[in-house]
Design a binder for this molecule. Structure first.
Ligand SMILES: [Zn+2]
Length: 84
């Protein structure tokens, strides 16, 4: 797997087939000497890639709840149809 650009990284992180997204994220930060928090910010601002603090997966804007600070899949599991 070749990750040359942040765009590649974002794509790879959001891929459903990637089960080591967090590892990949950390490795990229390490190799490129970017602070993890900084990398997270860049990804979210420029590449529509958000890190879920709850399940450590990466999602795009539509799949992320800023209110809960986690992805909609996490929210799905701990709220029971309250909105419907
Ligand atoms: Zn999540």
């Amino acid at each position: 797997m070749d990750i040359d650009t942040l765009e590649d990284l974002a794509k790879e992180l959001k891929s459903d087939e990637n089960e080591n997204a967090l590892e990949l994220f950390k490795e990229y930060a390490k190799i490129n000497k970017i602070d993890e928090e900084e990398l997270e910010q860049i990804l979210s601002k420029k590449y529509d890639c958000f890190k879920c603090e709850s399940c450590d997966k990466f999602y795009c804007y539509d799949e992320y709840s800023f209110f809960d600070e986690k992805c909609i899949y996490c929210c799905d599991t701990d709220t029971e149809d309250e909105d419907y």
